[in-house]
Design a binder for this molecule. Structure first.
Ligand code: SF4
Ligand code: SF4
Length: 379
């Protein structure tokens, strides 16, 4: 459901808002580290922005912004010293909780028999700084799958347990963003402990939980004042209204089920390389494979879980039969699950409109264009 930035209760918003001058951002990082958190934030690396551990605000992408288009991502110099103008990079929070590869079980054998033990990860308390609203929504989607399903995932839970999130509201969007189609941005409304909105000389800051309030109170920040809060609201409205892409979700999932034989699938199947980039960068995709790897000396084995992709031919291989032999079948499976069957399965969309699958598709297949084409009746 589309949404625009909330007016909220204006008086409450103003009274709850503090101002963090940009030179004091280091104090926030120090406060988080002082409470025992490692701090993970966006940093420029190898031509993109990725999440990595930081000790200093100098590591953030200061004076940079990115340009994104189907199949294209570039970091570019910007004027000024804003630190959160780069909207997002290829990596979301997903790998921090749902590891790309991990050992689930270890089996040791000896003359007396065998012993199996779980190998749960030991993860330090972690504060994420600079999380966008779409990625917060994606975290909520993954939480529903891994934490609140019938079979909670102990490995995900071990990493997710002791986490504090400092969100950043988006005041600019990438050309590939369409979060307003799903009501997931550009403003972070839930799931964060603290939220910042960057302005020319600093940040409007608010807490979302008692843990966030404790951090904020410890910084003894001055009130942001009505003028800054009004400017913040104006910037969020402008960001939402300026979003270039969108998906009309009216009638989902039934409309997608009614288009399973649409000729567009075959056309897109001709372009798609079946590389799986879109599923790797997607913050909600959760398909994985499990395999047993025996030690060569016979001393035991490990059970390993690795990310998998519905674009992988073997993903649909069952007992000598492949039920998605053509790329068009795999693209259809991905899109119809993401935007349609996910709603039946989990009660919400599997897409949060982050736009990563558009940017990082090597041939520039654009999910918003695909849906627009599928909405038309087949000739
Ligand atoms: S399907 Fe694409 S736009 Fe939607 S959440 Fe996944 S990567 Fe983002
Ligand atoms: S849609 Fe693009 S990113 Fe996804 S599998 Fe096909 S070519 Fe790769």
């Amino acid at each position: 459901m589309p949404r625009s930035p909330s007016d909220g209760d204006e008086a409450n918003r103003i009274s709850a808002s503090r101002f963090l001058a940009r030179p004091r951002l280091q104090e926030l990082i120090d406060a988080l580290r002082g409470r025992g958190y490692r701090v993970i934030a966006p940093v420029p690396r190898d031509g993109a922005v990725v999440y990595a551990e930081v000790e200093s605000a100098d590591a953030l992408p200061r004076g940079l912004r990115e340009s994104q288009a189907p199949g294209r991502y570039r970091l570019e110099a910007a004027t000024g010293d804003r630190v959160f103008d780069v909207v997002n990079g290829p990596g979301a929070l997903k790998p921090f909780f749902f590891a790309p590869r991990e050992t689930l079980l270890q089996v040791r054998t000896d003359a007396a028999g065998f012993e199996a033990s779980e190998t749960l990860p030991e993860t330090p308390p972690t504060a994420f700084l600079g999380v966008r609203a779409c990625d917060l929504a994606a975290l909520g989607v993954q939480d529903r799958i891994f934490r609140r399903g019938r079979f909670p995932d102990a490995w995900y839970e071990a990493r997710r347990r002791d986490v504090l999130v400092v969100a950043v509201n988006c005041v600019r969007s990438a050309a590939t963003c369409f979060c307003t189609s799903f009501g997931t941005g550009p403003e972070a409304r839930e799931g964060h402990d603290l939220v910042l909105t960057e302005q020319e000389d600093g940040f409007v800051a608010r807490s979302g939980t008692p843990a966030g309030a404790e951090v904020l109170d410890g910084l003894s920040l001055p009130p942001a004042g009505a003028e800054r809060v009004e400017a913040e609201h104006g910037a969020l409205v402008a960001c939402a209204e300026g979003m270039e892409r969108g998906i009309d979700t009216e009638g989902f999932p039934e409309l997608l089920y009614a288009r399973l034989e649409h000729p567009r699938w075959a056309e897109t199947g001709e372009r798609c390389l079946s590389c799986g980039n879109c599923t790797a960068v997607c913050p909600t995709c959760f398909c994985h494979d499990e395999s047993d790897e025996p030690a060569l000396d016979g001393s035991g084995a490990v059970r390993v879980r690795e990310w998998d992709s519905c674009f992988d031919r073997d993903h649909a291989q069952v007992h000598g039969l492949n039920f998605r032999p053509h790329i068009a079948h795999r693209y259809r499976q991905w899109l119809v699950h993401k935007l349609g069957a996910w709603i039946d399965q989990f009660g919400e969309s599997g897409c949060v409109g982050c736009g990563r699958c558009i940017t990082w598709c090597p041939v520039g297949i654009d999910i918003t264009e695909e849906v627009a084409a599928l909405r038309t009746e087949a000739p």
